[in-house]
Design a protein around this ligand. Structure first.
Ligand SMILES: NC(=O)c1ccc[n+]([C@@H]2O[C@H](COP(=O)([O-])OP(=O)(O)OC[C@H]3O[C@@H](n4cnc5c(N)ncnc54)[C@H](O)[C@@H]3O)[C@@H](O)[C@H]2O)c1
Length: 458
């Protein structure tokens, strides 16, 4: 039985223990109180797999490593049997950790497919521009796929992958991890159970956090929309996907404004230098000082491939700041991604959504306001409050998750179940439903560039 089936309108009218008109609970208490399933990921169709799904990891970087870890956590469900990555350090780390045979460890994705099919599935966690070719090849060779978002850098390629998945009948999951976070799962159940009546409109904020923006979209791999993908796709396809999922209807039109206002050459402070390590006069007062972020605060260090021996870290990080993009001045890069965007979406059912992506905030974690005919919800990924108009009563849920919202491994689990049972219906973020979020994002980017209102044609 799904969570939704447990929640009835009748149960909603039961009184809470109210303190100053507000009741605050954890999910477990809410679940107990309303007879809901305490396990948010409970799925009656999940079965114990007769054998672990065998997987090849293509791209053993930041995301790939997180997904691979599932094989350690749950070896009865997943076994990593191959890896491909041109970065030999990352590849060797994987070989060692997962006992991968040398014959199944490759320099690049092409080499994987020169060998006869030797696993059930592949995880593709390569840079944005290297998604389409390995995905198409994997499907042709009969592999099921877990594909990092964005699906592909162009709309045409996204449609090509969808068509190939249908033609081959293979399973393709897309890493829209927000669908698997407790926060959005609870929201979805509550909306589907009509706890606030009909959804009328949605406000959704994606606060990137200013240092995260500088790390990924000013200095990092996603700073240039032509070399990676436009930020509305690279960062916000999660958001177009989650808004569409919550609204539960197809989108009709989209409109977007946005530009790169701050991280530009013209805003470089007097006395600043090409690199923070070049004796920059404002290094000690700059919020984007690479020396402060990476060297002194030791943040976001995964990009430096540090060894276990911490004694070597100072030297390696400093060298990285002197030689890689992570040490360059944020005002002197070749970045072109907007640092703020506003997007308006009209859905076929008349619901409107206003979405903002903001770099200049001190916090992360999506912010949600959902306006319904019988109540409203406000939330910030750590808690949300539902107010019922008829009684005025408020109920607040609170939760704690990992820094990525808690959705990564539940997503891998669903995908493994889908592959293990050869049942694509087990996947929430299948390629079929995920393509729409990308088409919305491509349309939004066209709107931003040409100042038009765009139709969304699936
Ligand atoms: N789902 C999410 O929330 C989320 C979050 C961040 C990034 N991403 C996406 O995940 C993907 C990977 O991002 P990341 O942060 O892990 O980047 P990363 O740079 O840490 O990892 C990418 C890896 O791919 C490897 N690679 C490059 N060329 C290759 C090739 N020809 N064959 C095999 N491997 C190759 C690189 O060496 C690197 O190790 C990107 O598409 C990114 O947009 C998704």
């Amino acid at each position: 039985m799904s969570l939704r089936q447990f929640i009835t309108a009748r149960k909603l009218l039961r009184p809470f223990t109210v303190v100053k008109n507000t009741a605050i609970y954890g999910w477990t208490e809410v679940a107990k109180k309303f007879g809901l399933h305490e396990d948010l990921y409970f799925n009656p169709l999940h079965k114990k797999l007769s054998k672990p799904v065998t997987v090849i990891l293509i791209g053993a970087g930041h995301r790939g490593s997180i997904y691979a870890e599932y094989a350690v956590k749950s070896p009865e469900e997943m076994k990593l049997v191959g890896v491909a990555d041109p970065n030999s350090g990352r590849r060797h780390k994987m070989e060692k950790r997962y006992k991968i045979a040398p014959a199944c460890s490759f320099h690049s994705w092409e080499d994987v497919f020169k060998k006869e099919k030797f696993a059930d599935a592949v995880i593709i966690a390569t840079p944005d521009q290297i998604h389409t070719a390995p995905c198409l090849k994997a499907l042709e060779m009969g592999y099921d796929v877990l594909l990092e978002k964005p699906i592909a850098p162009t709309e045409e390629e996204c449609r090509q992958i969808l068509a190939k998945a249908k033609e081959t009948g293979r399973i393709v999951g897309v890493c829209h991890v927000l669908r698997y976070t407790p926060y959005f799962r609870e929201l979805k159940e509550i909306l589907d159970a009509k706890m606030i009546g009909e959804v009328i409109s949605v406000q959704h904020l994606e606060p990137i956090e200013h240092v995260h923006m500088s790390h990924s979209y000013v200095r990092g791999n996603w700073r240039n929309s032509k070399k990676a993908t436009p930020i509305i796709l690279a960062k916000s396809c999660h958001d177009t996907d989650i808004i569409r999922w919550l609204v539960n209807d197809a989108s009709d039109n989209v409109h977007c404004f946005g530009n790169l206002k701050w991280f530009r050459n013209a805003n470089a402070p007097a006395g600043s230098t090409e690199r923070c390590t070049d004796g920059c006069a404002v290094e000690h007062t700059c919020p984007y000082s690479a020396l402060q972020i990476y060297f002194r605060d030791r943040k976001r260090l995964y990009v430096f491939d540090l060894p276990e021996d911490r004694g070597q870290w100072d030297e390696i990080i400093l060298h990285g700041l002197q030689t890689t993009d992570y040490g360059r001045c944020v005002y002197r890069m070749d970045n072109d991604q907007p640092d703020h965007l506003t997007v308006n979406i009209l859905f076929k059912n008349g619901v409107t959504a206003a979405f903002s992506m903001e770099a200049f905030v001190s916090y992360e974690g999506r912010r949600t306001r959902i306006m319904g005919s019988m109540g409203d919800i406000t939330g910030d990924m750590e808690s949300f409050t539902l107010t019922t108009f008829r009684t005025g009563k408020r109920t607040t849920w609170s939760m704690k998750t990992d820094a990525h919202g808690g959705g990564d491994h539940p997503m891998v689990k669903d995908w493994l179940q889908a592959v293990g049972q050869q049942n694509p219906d087990l996947l929430s973020s299948s390629i079929d439903v995920s393509v729409e979020s990308h088409i919305m994002a491509f349309a939004a980017e066209r709107s931003r560039l040409s100042r038009t209102i765009e139709d969304i044609r699936l």
